[in-house]
Structure formats: C-alpha cells, structure tokens
Design a binder for this molecule. Sequence first.
Ligand code: SME
Length: 162
Amino acid sequence: MYHFAGDSTLTKPELYRELTASAEALVAGERDSVANMANLAALLWQLLPDLNWAGFYRVVAGELVLGPFQGKAACIRIPFGQGVCGAAAASGAVQLVADVHAFPGHIACDADSRSELVVPVLHHGVVIAVIDLDSPTLARFDAEDAAGIAQLAKAIAAAIAG
Ligand code: SME
C-alpha cells in the first residue's frame, strides 16, 4: 500500500503533484471503481488540511448520486443544475465557492461547510462524476486548489469510470 510522507513544507503545486502521484499509485492495476473512489476519498481527506467533507458524486441515469466519501452522511441524490455539485456536473466547469451561503441554491448537507470546491471528472469528454471538497473555513480554496484537483480528476478518470 502506498504511504505518503505528509511533508507540510510543500507548496500547493507541490502538494497537488504529490497527491496526484499518490492517487495514481493507489488506483494502478485496480479496475473496481468503487474501491478506487473509496481510497481516493481517503487520500484527499488524509492529505488536504481543513476539510469537513471530501468525496465523489457519480452521474447515474442523468442525476448525481452519492459515492464514496469521508465526512458526515450527505445528501444522496442531486439533480443536474442544483447546488454547487449540480452546477459543476451540468456545466462541466469547476465551481470554486468562497462562501457557500452566497451561492444560490447551495445544498447544505453539512451545516459546518463554509466554502466548497467541486471539480467535474470527464471521461471520453463526458462528465462521469464530480469531486466535492467542503471546508469549515471561508474561502479555503483558491485557484491553485482548483488546478490541483482538476489535475487529479484527469489522472483518475479512467480508474473511476464504471
Ligand atoms: N453542498 C453541495 C452538496 C453536497 S455536500 O456538500 C457533501 C452542493 O451544494 O452541491
């Protein structure tokens, strides 16, 4: 099993390069998408500070359905276009939300969440899932986090495709 050193002196781009390398090592050779998403959620939770939720929503029959995650129990189904996750899935664009209370239609699964980053995962040009990160801190995520998670999403897309 892969072990990450957890070096807190890394810059964000370095941290995300480590995260992506760790993720690729974790899913290498494994075809089970649920097992891969479960380990990836655990890795995100372990490596990224100041989160209260980290995990996946999968596109199933035209809506988002809860996938493997770390954090409190969450909403199970989210229609495309609703909330931050639904906006990411519908548009295919990263959603970087500094203050979830200011986001129209935000779905408050965990009342602790103050900011959120949602990154669509595309496989063969189609959104198959989103990676959702929530933080109890306002404006926890910036453009470097968005770029880092987008890089991760590209690297693991094939490994989580059902
Ligand atoms: N807040 C999200 C819902 C998912 S939970 O944060 C885990 C949203 O508005 O889409």
